[in-house]
Design a protein around this ligand. Sequence first.
Ligand SMILES: C[S@@+](CC[C@H](N)C(=O)[O-])C[C@H]1O[C@@H](n2cnc3c(N)ncnc32)[C@H](O)[C@@H]1O
Length: 242
Amino acid sequence: MSDERLTDDALMTDTAERPRRGVKSYVLRAGRMTAAQNRGLEEVWPRLGLSVEDGLQDLDVLFGRRAPRVVEIGFGMGGSLIEQAEAHPDTDFIGIEVHAPGVGKLLDEADKRGLTNLRVYRDDALAVLTHCLPEASLDGLQLFFPDPWPKKKHHKRRIVQPAFVELVRTRLKPGGQLHMATDWQAYAEHMAEIMADAPGYRNTATDGPYVARPEFRPLTKFERRGAQLGHGVWDLIFVRAD
Ligand SMILES: C[S@@+](CC[C@H](N)C(=O)[O-])C[C@H]1O[C@@H](n2cnc3c(N)ncnc32)[C@H](O)[C@@H]1O
C-alpha cells in the first residue's frame, strides 16, 4: 500500500509498540555536506553515534553514570541540543535525527566543545524509541518544531499521533515530561487534541492547553525563521502521570 492510500484510521489503529509502517514523518533530501559535517560523521560518529542495530541500550552503561536523561527528536542542525548539553553537564542527552548534515554538524560541534553527555542516532525516532530506549528510562522528551505537514492529505505524516504519544509515555519515567513546541497553529491544536485524549498524561498548563514559552528552551533555527515570518509559538508540556 502506498503512503497516500493509508488512511488516518489505519494509522490510529497501530499499536504503540509498532512503528507506522510506510508512513514517514520526514522526507530524506540529498543535501550537500560541509567539510565539518563530514568530519563529524566520519571521525566523531564512532564515539558518539548509535544505530538502531545496536539494539536495546542500558543508559547507565552507555553514559557510564546515573543521571537525568533527555531525548530530543528531530534536532535539525542541533543548535538547541548542543546548547542544552553544554549548559547541563549533569544531564545526559540523546538526539535523534534522520538528516545527515544535521547529524554531522551536531557531532562536529559536540567534539569541538568536548561534550561527553551527548549521543546521537541517525535513524527514525519511532524505531529508536521502540527498539533501543528502555521503558521508563527518560526524564524528558523534546519535540521542537516538528514538520507541520500542513496539507490535509499529509496529516498522517505528522509525528504526533495517538500511537506516538503512547510510545513516548512508556519510555518516560513517571513524572517525566513530554515537551512539544510548534510555530504552526493548526499543528498546535492537533497536538492539544491528541494529548487531551491520551491516557496517562497530565497537562502542566493551568490556563488552556498551552504553557508560556519556557526560558530554558533555546531558540531554534525554525523558531527564529517562524518569528521573522510573524508566526506565534505554542509550547505544550505534559507529564507522565502513570
Ligand atoms: C522542521 S525541522 C525542525 C528542526 C529543529 N528542531 C529546529 O527547531 O530547528 C524537523 C526535523 O525533524 C526531523 N524528523 C522528522 N521526522 C523524524 C523522525 N521520525 N525521526 C527523526 N527525525 C525526524 C527532520 O529531518 C527535520 O530535521
